[in-house]
Ligand binder design. Sequence first.
Ligand SMILES: [Zn+2]
Length: 425
Amino acid sequence: MVTVSYSFAQQLKSEARNNNSKRTLTHGAIKLETDRIFNKLVALRRDLHENPELAGNEIRTQKIIAQYLLDLGLEVETNIYGHGVAGILKGGKKGKTIAWRSDMDALPQDFPDPVAFRSVVKGVQHGCGHDIHMAIGLGIAEVLAKNKESLKGSVYFIFQPEEETFIGAKGMVNSGLFSKIKPDEIYGLHVSVLPVGQIMVKPNEMFAYQKRVRIKLKDELPKEDAKVLTKKIHSALFRAANGSKPWEIQHINDPKIGPANPNTIFKDFLITDEKFTIYSKNGNLFLEAYLYETNSANLEALIPKIKQVIAESGYNDQLLSISFVQENPTVINNEKLTDIATKTLKIIFGKDAVTTDYGQLPFFNDDFTYFQQKVPGVYFFLGGSNLEKGIIAMNHAPNFQVDEESIRTGVKSFSSLILERLKKN
Ligand SMILES: [Zn+2]
């Protein structure tokens, strides 16, 4: 954070020189306003954390968000899809339109949570940080709404339900979200295990392509032989840099092999579940596993390759079908906007404000991709860990916690980015 404040001082000086009109919103003013509302945002986040709601049930959450946006003077639309909310902030002048997305739902889990504001809803917890995302989304809305007269264009705040089930974004898009709002660009983030204060982004795919393959065989194969077959498939498909283990996601913060290093282990790999799920149903035998492939060009060859292993193992007569039973699209960041966003954040907050990501993480994904299919956009990782405080923000993990300072980083960084994007026509 030292680098950030140093370059911020420079930024403030140049803003002071250039700022003839008091009504122009500056990055210095954004920072001050963010600091001013920070405690309120933390309290709001804690309330959401204490009262989490599962995908499809974000009733209380929706009410709180809609009221907050109404109080800021935004136009609010709640009749789009599920318990989603869209807030429309119209600037004082005509211009560009930018959307910011926050997801709303919590997870079905019951881990020990050491915080004083732990969930009061049994079996439901904000174990993925969407409570932080909502606080950031509302914080950006507040900072910008208080300066709306000076804004050129409109900002749309999309609060999306049902992210964990991969349904909400698609639901909002299919229900006509983009006929109600027409953003030129869309942005969003996800809290991650990176250190607090850090933002990470890459152009194109942020995650590996995740697919679940189902192999259907005649139920003649003993389970033990099926197990041997899945092991053969597993090793035939496997591809990773020499000796590396891209499934060991805890290396994400490792400077040598983590995604911040161009030689990261999190690129150019194909991994599968170590153990396939093997079960019999209706007289057939099923083998199922998740596959994670980083290169889209290799996706079409996956099923033929599995077929080949089955044939070589002598089970061609038993094979009935191979199909993908789940193949969600992946977050793909617009190259040009990623480059612009990275440069913009570095100019305002210093060269360490954004880390370039060279990898694609397995296991995770985000249905933000459905918005990106309609509107060019960028999805960022926002650091939430603080090892000194014992906080590790590994999403969905039993000990997941988030340093609330990430709310401050998120609000000031992305209010500033949106401000800059609105200036460009
Ligand atoms: Zn999440």
